[in-house]
Design a protein around this ligand. Structure first.
Ligand SMILES: Nc1ncnc2c1ncn2[C@@H]1O[C@H](COP(=O)(O)OP(=O)(O)OP(=O)(O)O)[C@@H](O)[C@H]1O
Length: 480
């Protein structure tokens, strides 16, 4: 496939794309790696260093974006589009990566038998018995965000150690600065310690306080902020009403939600920042060649249906509906139109058109995702009110199936690949990706450059992050 795409690109002087799709564990990521190796081999650049740099992208992305699931020990928990660019003569000039739908909730919650993102285990075993371990205070035998105790399996620990070294080498080869690499470790470690912070409910007061100041101090120290500020931002929030600002206390439950959304937000921003850095560092020679040719590799989750399906599965399945629609257009609609335009007689092939499902999910203003966005804007809305809205809006839509039991929190969609039942519990929280403005303010004042920088990025109305690049000469924010 790589040879075919490469030669088509050279002969037709047109951009090419390879879409790799399939269910979890079917071999998409491994295929993407083989394709990339072959493309880099075919377009061997005079600058061999560039080749080596491009091949570093996968180990880094896998460490931060992959995790063990019930289906696959190395499952990609994000979608990626890698664009390899070439000169008109077919020499590789660089690469650029775009990422989609990172499963950020994995940072604080993993299903039974599943694990967090690989990088946490690599860091723990890779830093064991070193100064880094002391600096990051990573000497516990288990962490809440890793579902408790760590492995004692020596072979697995050795693999983690090796992978940690590989990621570190990858960062160095790509040109990450030492202080940037250290900031990455600090953020990862801060996330692990964050999960250790517990809150005690204050009786009859609807408020709480931090149970364990030690973990709070460690997180604050790692993030370059003060423990007092962090504790306050986790247990209270500033509210403005009628032009006046006052402080509202959190219940323990609210404090836990704030803690987890901080962990999620930190990881999400870190992940996107790493991607931005990789792009900036790999794009330097590409910019020199002007309008280059390129081959894109899309490695995206296949259709998912589990016992319990949440917002992540809905988004993944909608993406697959879009891919299916694109496939139908290409293989049937446009091809048949071309035959007809040329007056060639053909038997019209009937295919199942999934446009109505796309309309149900993505229609504006009345698709499932639009209604979710609308509901997320109401402070008093709950997962229940969202479900009621779906049930009333799609009462006559045959592709939408409401639950028979009124006590049930589920609905189903008849996708092109089959019927999937979704549980709305947690939909609103996940869609809001609430991030306390008080915490943003504190992190913007961090004494650590990279952390301050990460929190200068803006979250747009559509949920996009504008992440500023740290690389000299390219300080313009790039929209992801
Ligand atoms: N070409 C291959 N050669 C050898 N083993 C392979 C190959 N492709 C896949 N495998 C095996 O299958 C496993 C799953 O493959 P891979 O991680 O590529 O799946 P995936 O489709 O990307 O899954 P996910 O959607 O969960 O990320 C690999 O870890 C490997 O053990």
């Amino acid at each position: 496939m790589a040879d075919q795409a490469y030669h088509a690109m050279l002969h037709q002087k047109r951009l090419q794309n390879i879409v790799i799709s399939g269910e979890s564990g079917s071999g998409k990521t491994e295929s993407a790696k083989l394709l990339l190796q072959q493309l880099v081999y075919l377009g061997r650049a005079p600058n061999r260093n560039l080749e080596a740099k491009i091949l570093q992208v996968n180990p880094i992305m896998e460490a931060f974006g992959n995790a063990e699931t019930g289906m696959n020990e190395n499952s990609s928990r994000f979608g990626k589009y890698l664009d390899v660019t070439f000169t008109r003569a077919g020499k590789v000039t660089g690469a650029k990566i775009d990422v989609y739908l990172l499963e950020e909730s994995r940072v604080h919650h993993q299903a039974r038998g599943e694990r967090n993102f690989h990088i946490f285990y690599y860091l723990l075993d890779g830093s064991a018995n070193t100064d880094l371990q002391k600096e990051l205070n990573l000497n516990k035998h288990g962490y809440n965000y890793l579902r408790g105790a760590l492995t004692d399996n020596a072979d697995l620990k050795a693999v983690h150690k090796e992978m940690f070294q590989a990621v570190k080498n990858g960062f160095c080869l790509l040109g990450f600065r030492l202080e940037e690499i250290n900031a990455i470790y600090r953020i990862l470690s801060a996330i692990l310690h964050l999960g250790e912070i517990e809150f005690d409910e204050v009786k009859d007061e609807d408020s709480c306080h931090v149970h364990d100041p030690e973990s709070l101090e460690m997180v604050a120290d790692l993030l370059g902020i003060t423990a007092g500020d962090l504790g306050l931002a986790l247990t209270t929030r500033s509210v403005v009403a009628s032009g006046e600002s006052f402080v509202r206390r959190h219940t323990a439950e609210e404090a836990y939600t704030t803690r987890d959304s901080l962990a999620r937000g930190l990881y999400n921003r870190l992940f996107r920042w790493v991607v931005n850095q990789v792009n900036a560092l790999l794009g330097v020679s590409r910019q020199a060649y002007g309008d280059p040719l390129s081959i894109g590799l899309l490695d995206i989750f296949g259709f998912e249906t589990y016992k319990t399906n949440s917002l992540e599965q809905l988004r993944i399945n909608i993406t697959n509906e879009q891919l299916q629609f694109f496939f139908n257009q290409h293989v049937f609609t446009w091809e048949q139109q071309e035959y007809m335009a040329e007056g060639i007689e053909i038997d019209i092939i009937r295919f199942s058109d999934n446009r109505p499902i796309l309309e149900l999910c993505l229609g504006k203003p009345l698709g499932i995702l639009s209604l979710l966005d609308e509901e997320s804007r109401f402070p008093r809305a709950t997962d229940w009110t969202f479900l009621e809205k779906l049930n009333s809006n799609f009462a006559n839509n045959k592709l939408y199936v409401r639950s028979r039991s009124s006590a049930d929190t589920t609905f189903s969609v008849r996708h092109y690949a089959g019927r999937v039942q979704y549980d709305v519990k947690g939909f609103l929280d996940k869609n809001r990706s609430y991030f306390s403005p008080d915490l943003v303010e504190i992190l913007r004042g961090s004494s650590i450059d990279t952390i301050r920088y990460l929190y200068r990025c803006m979250v747009t109305k559509t949920g996009h992050l504008h992440v500023p690049s740290l690389v000299d000469g390219n300080k313009k924010a790039r929209q992801i």
